[in-house]
Each structure stands twice: as C-alpha cells, then as structure tokens.
Design a binder for this molecule. Sequence first.
Ligand code: TYM
Length: 321
Amino acid sequence: MRILSGIQPSGALHLGNYFGMMRPAIELQSQGEAFYFIADWHSMTSLTDPALRRRYTLDVALDFLACGLDPVRTVFFRQSDVPEVAELTWMLSTVTPMGLLERCHSYKDKVAKGLSFNHGLFAYPVLMAADILIYDSNLVPVGRDQKQHVEVTRDIAIKFNELYGPTFVLPEPQIREEVAVVPGTDGQKMSKSYGNTIEIFGEEKVLRKKVMSIVMDSRTPQEPKPDADKNLAIQLLKLVAPADVAADFEARLRAGGLGYGDLKKALFEHYWNYFAPARQRRAELAANLDYVHQVLREGAARARAVAGQVLARARRQAGLD
Ligand code: TYM
C-alpha cells in the first residue's frame, strides 16, 4: 500500500497540522510505503517571499523529522524537486471540468471574502491531484479541509481513465474523526489564515501567551459546566494529556470549582511536555542541516524514480510517447 501526503511551507506548523495530518502520517509509516512531501509549489499561491519560502521549507523538514518521520523507511522530499509533477498537472488540467474547480471550497472561500486570487489558487486541486496520482497512491491521510481535494483527485483520475484507458490508481482519503478539525484559540478551525494557531515549536513565552489567550466564557469558577466537553481547553487537553488526566479535568470543570486560568495553565504544561522530546530532536537536527538537506535530496531521487514511471504510463496512454 502506498500512503502519500503533503504539507505547505507557508508558516510555522501548528497543532492542527500535527494532530490532523503529521501524527497520523507518522503512525502510518509502518503500514505501507509512505511518501510525504513539502508542497512548496502550492505555497506559491499565497506566499511570495523567496527567503521566507526557503526558511519555511527547511522548518517543515525539521518539524516533520523531529516529530518522528523516519527518512529511511519513508520517502521524504520537496514537491518542486520532482518536475514530472508539473507535466502531469498539465495533462490532468485538460480533463478537469471547470465546474469541478468552481465548486472547491478553497477557491469559493476567497471569492466569498472578496479576496483576490490567482489562477494557481483556482487550479490548486489539479496540482494536488498530480501530487497524489503520480505516485500511484492508495491512501491520503489529511485533515477534513482537504477531503474535497482528494475527491476531486478521484474525479480527475476517473475522467482520465475513461478517456485514455486504465492509467491511475484511485486514492482514498483517510481522516481521523477525533482530529478531523482541531480548533484554534478562538474556536474556529486552527489555521494560519485565522491567526488562531498554537505552534508545535517556538518560544515558550510566546506559546504560553497563546495558550492563555484561548477564548472562554464569563461563567465563574464555581458554576457547574454541563457543557465541559465543548470547552476549547478541554478539547486540546485531550490531545496532549493522558486520557485519565484529561477526563479528570473535564469532570472537575463540569462539577464546578475549576477556574479557566488553572485549566489553561495545566493545558500549557501538558502541551509543553508532550513536545519536549521532539523539541530536543529538532534542536539536534537544526545543528546538522547538511543531514537534513541530504535526506531531502535522497527522498527526491526515490520519488522521481516512481514519478517517472507513472508519467511515462500517462504519456503512453495519451499518445504523447
Ligand atoms: P496544509 O499545508 O494546509 O495542511 C497540512 C495538513 O494539516 C491538516 N490541517 C488540519 N487538520 C485538522 N485540524 C486543523 N485545524 C488543521 N489545519 C490543517 C490539513 O488538512 C492537511 O492535511 N493542499 C494541502 C497540501 C497538499 C497535499 C497534497 C496534501 C498538497 N498536495 C497531496 C495531500 C496530498 C494543504 O494545503 O495542506
């Protein structure tokens, strides 16, 4: 089984990225042949600073390796190091109905907010389809916000297979229900574009402040809270604390007597400890960047070997050979 997923280097990675995609992806490494990549081409639809892109790309590499990606077992690479993907994107775009892309949330959201958008953002799901199809991927672990894109990928693959004969494997999204949408400090989906993120790594003081800024209501500590399971800090605590500890805090909040400040302090401590081993590994990796660059170079070579074969198949089927 081939497992594939990608992540954009468009800012520091946060708990939504980690619990929604990175942790499931890391766990899946033992279940098949995993291909994980840094989607630097995708980041061009929103980020136009070359120095920042370089920095964020390296940051994603450090973050993923620190969190447990095993570069021996898993093929880990940078999207733009596999130019075959760009050629396949063109081929797929010629079988992609406009209506399919016009229905995509990523593009519709920008339009609804009156934001300007470029053709790259509109065509983004076609590039994503090429990312997935070029490695004959079976399973794509993602957060819920990417589900539609995997469905579009299937539609495009089906269309190509109908027109040119069997060419592409149809992928399945894998979405873990309990972390499909990790909430941010304001209760909306945690997202860089909403400014509500808690990063995986960063300065303790800054991150403590972010955790303490999680929005709560104005009920007094003494009041019982029958909706304790909906509390944002409790939801995040369930991700980073042992189950019995999180259950105990939830019970105390429900009964009344636990103040929000104390709850958030406990959340911070558990969150900080949860990532302590990864923080240590990240510091070691950051002191050995040659190794990190080498991992990406070797990953790219392994990825290209597969991409070249699938692209040759697609060319043959389409009469381009
Ligand atoms: P990106 O970089 O926005 O996010 C990376 C992964 O993190 C997940 N995620 C979340 N999951 C749960 N709760 C949240 N609050 C949350 N925020 C982010 C996303 O669902 C995603 O899985 N288009 C992709 C990158 C990509 C890709 C691909 C993914 C490019 N090509 C091919 C899979 C296969 C993206 O922008 O993800």
